[in-house]
Design a protein around this ligand. Structure first.
Ligand SMILES: Cc1cc2nc3c(=O)[nH]c(=O)nc-3n(C[C@H](O)[C@H](O)[C@H](O)COP(=O)(O)OP(=O)(O)OC[C@H]3O[C@@H](n4cnc5c(N)ncnc54)[C@H](O)[C@@H]3O)c2cc1C
Length: 326
């Protein structure tokens, strides 16, 4: 069952941050590709619920009730997606998206586009189910292949004003934009937990689980995963609490989420290294599900602009102090 934008209001209604974090973590532990798609679905629903007017919210809700999967396709290739006036308040799209997850699964995507290269970003809720627009071969990464990610050619899509989501620039509104990175971090923590479970199982099958050095590696990985989970849950709650707070509090919540991202990436990177050292070649055996989990986690950790994210958090914390983070 897909997370519904109604009822539980997962991801935007008060009190849902912790349950959503758990959901993404548990799905991530089973399958990181699925977690990627669910996170995209929730992200799209949140963007429409928070920024959209009644018409686009209704359109999204109706689609989700019919079982439509949503996605957010924002990543740009060398030729960023642009929109042109189509008359009568309509928009014509020109260009394509890359790294679009869920080709063939996603029915409606939040597409970002600008009027010109430096103009503010607009969001549109656009049909995403035309296979002629897909470029599966554009996903050249060796991992996360089950996400069915690739290029999406949006040229010629005509949209009405009612399919616009919020005002130009709304996408960057905090604490929802950078503050929202905790969601993919929750999936990463799930991936780390899933990897540890498969690793433990493999050591057991190899009859090496009683070896003190192997137990030490496992213990360090478990400690990292436990700490990463706590850090993500704290960030999720801080961002949720800041949703109607004054700007300084919002920026502190964003910093909290960005520092959590850094902590989770570091923890997951250490866990991957410990697992690979522990299992040697067996960690890279394509016949075992551990190998896919290891490769998927390693790739999924590579999200946009990590250095800029850390730097933004540092700027906030140098002014307010770590103590000021919730
Ligand atoms: C499995 C998976 C699924 C995805 N699905 C989607 C999706 O559905 N929709 C979507 O929109 N996107 C999706 N993405 C793309 C994602 O949102 C990011 O765009 C992508 O992961 C960025 O990866 P990157 O390593 O190229 O990042 P980069 O931002 O290029 O970072 C790589 C390195 O370059 C550094 N760097 C970045 N900018 C600069 C600069 N200006 N100067 C110097 N150094 C710089 C970074 O700090 C980092 O060290 C997906 C990605 C993955 C891995």
């Amino acid at each position: 069952m897909l997370p519904s934008p109604e009822g539980h209001g997962l991801g935007w209604a008060h009190g849902t941050a912790r349950p959503l974090s758990n959901l993404l973590r548990v799905i991530g532990a089973a399958d990181l590709a699925l977690a990627r798609l669910v996170e995209g679905h929730v992200n799209a629903a949140v963007l429409v619920e928070i920024h959209g007017d009644r018409q686009v919210r209704e359109a999204m809700r109706t689609a989700v009730r019919r079982g439509v999967l949503l996605g957010v396709w924002g990543a740009e290739g060398p030729e960023p997606l642009e929109w042109r006036d189509h008359g009568g308040g309509g928009f014509a799209l020109i260009g394509s998206k890359r790294y679009a997850s869920g080709l063939g699964h996603v029915g409606l995507a939040v597409l970002t586009a600008r009027a010109t290269r430096d103009a503010p970003i607009r969001m549109f809720l656009a049909p995403a189910d035309d296979p002629n627009r897909y470029d599966h071969d554009a996903w050249t990464a060796s991992a996360m292949r089950a996400t069915r990610s690739g290029g999406f050619d949006a040229t010629g899509i005509i949209l009405e004003e009612a399919e616009c989501i919020g005002k130009a620039g709304a996408l960057m509104t905090e604490p929802w934009f950078e503050g929202g990175v905790w969601r993919y971090c929750a999936a990463h923590v799930g991936g780390a937990e899933g990897l540890i479970a498969r690793w433990t199982d493999m050591l057991r099958r190899m009859e090496r689980l009683d070896d003190p050095i192997q137990r030490n590696r496992l213990g360090r990985a478990m400690a990292d995963a436990t700490a990463a989970r706590a850090v993500v849950e704290a960030a999720a709650e801080a961002v949720e609490a800041a949703s109607h707070a004054p700007p300084e509090a919002v920026e502190r919540a964003v910093a909290h989420s960005l520092l959590a991202r850094e902590a989770v990436e570091s923890a997951c990177t250490r866990i991957l290294a410990l697992c690979e050292r522990s299992l040697g070649m067996a960690a890279q055996d394509i016949r075992d599900p551990l190998d896919r989990m290891r490769r998927d986690l390693s790739l999924f950790l590579r999200q946009a602009a990590p250095d800029a994210k850390l730097d933004r958090a540092v700027r906030t914390v140098t002014e307010t102090g770590l103590e000021a983070l919730r």
